[in-house]
Ligand binder design. Structure first.
Ligand SMILES: [Fe+2]
Length: 246
């Protein structure tokens, strides 16, 4: 069984299309989507139509939940950009996502098994940059799962962590957002992967052990950059072009 795991498309249909072409070449048996599908200033309408047609099992991300758990007046800009473009059927599809998916010895979540918004493998450090958690910090967020493979997204930072005697945890990174600026705090939080690629992971068992390959797919972001610029999302445009904010 060769599994593809992807997360955090955030309305970037160009990046999603590039991943679909890449997936075709890799002959995967199954694809799981870890959520945050649509929110942002890009192509939510095109993305939702693609994802609904694909029918992949999808867990609920915090940005998916925030499309329906509050009125528009209380939404953040990422959701406010999107909500009026979704039909009732499309929003119902978002509402249908489970919090987690558990299959055999595997568990799929957006952020952690218990939360759709708590950073797991990395935390926001004192310099307002992501810092890798230590082993107790990672282990304490496992909960009571007995899975030996857990996949998450949320931080947009691809990483593979193995807990000694415990599961492998794979963060597949973000398909659609290679960098972003969070201006809700001072100084602003900056996340940047440093490359404008669509990220996802291929996972399979080799010689009795889970093995994860973190994949980086180059693509042409020019149409997405135009959409970001049209909404005044200049940091998004810069991030999509380069993978860097600053
Ligand atoms: Fe996200």
């Amino acid at each position: 069984m060769r599994l593809a795991v992807l997360s955090d498309v955030h309305g970037n249909s160009a990046a999603l299309d590039a991943v679909l072409i890449d997936l075709d070449r890799r002959q995967v048996d199954r694809v799981i989507n870890l959520g945050d599908c649509l929110s942002g200033p890009l192509d939510a309408s095109g993305t939702v139509k693609r994802l609904m047609a694909l029918g992949w099992p999808t867990v609920c991300g915090n940005h998916d939940r925030q499309l329906y758990d509050r009125p528009k007046s209380e939404m953040g800009p990422w959701e406010a950009w999107v909500i009026d473009s979704l039909s009732k059927d499309e929003l119902d599809w978002v509402k249908s996502f489970p919090k987690t998916i558990s299959e055999g010895s595997t568990l799929f979540c957006h952020a952690t098994p218990k939360s759709d918004e708590e950073n797991w493998l990395d935390f926001r450090g004192p310099q307002h940059r992501l810092i890798a958690r230590d082993l107790p910090g990672v282990t304490s967020r496992l909960g009571d799962t007995s899975a030996n493979l857990i996949c998450c997204g949320h931080t947009h930072t691809p990483r593979v962590v193995k807990i000694p005697g415990g599961p492998m945890i794979v963060n597949s990174g973000a398909v659609g957002v290679p960098a972003y600026l969070d201006t809700r705090m001072e100084p602003n939080f900056v996340h940047q992967t440093g490359a404008p690629f669509a990220r996802y992971a291929i996972i399979e068992i080799v010689d009795g052990e889970w093995r994860a390959d973190l994949v980086n797919v180059p693509y042409d972001p020019s149409d997405m950059i135009k959409l970001a610029e049209a909404k005044g999302a200049i940091h998004w445009a810069r991030a999509l072009a380069s993978g860097w904010i600053a």
